[in-house]
Design a protein around this ligand. Sequence first.
Ligand SMILES: [Zn+2]
Length: 198
Amino acid sequence: MPTQLKRYILTHEGLNISVKEYRASRSLKLIVHTDCTITLTCPPRTAKIRAANYILRNVDWIRQAVERFRTRPPKSASNDISVSPAQVKDLREKAAKYIPQRLQHLAALNGLHFEGLTITTTTSKWGSCSALRHIRISCFVMLLTEELIDLVLLHELAHTVQMNHSPKFHATLNTLLPMHNEKALNKKLKAYNIKKLR
Ligand SMILES: [Zn+2]
């Protein structure tokens, strides 16, 4: 831990900058932290006016950095879910009730056709679609929100017309999604991590 010598707060137009002197510091350095707090580290015995001037010269940069962190969505809290064998059984039953009718509904709504459906207990992927248009869906989708379940189902339905992950596929999928937001939804989906307990 570097030795901190002196610490005070400088205020400039609503910005609070915590000024810290460090013995090992050789130059002035501004840091905007992800929680939007601002620190100016400086060498020992840096005059307050020098610190203030440095902040003044860099105030645009500070505001931009603060704004960037302020508007950045919080790092998606990852959803690590561990599921017991009893819960797997339960999810499988729920999926068997919900997925066939939902998949059928989404297919009919979009004029798409699939040949068959299997509910699996795989944790490695949410779903798949064979060249013969047989769709497999993991029962663990039942742990997702409805919009993400639909994403998984529509992803596989999009494969009934595009058997790849080409730009054409993503374009197709986006037309199927009510908000045309595959990227945003995929990001949410990625946050989920399902683990089967033994
Ligand atoms: Zn796919």
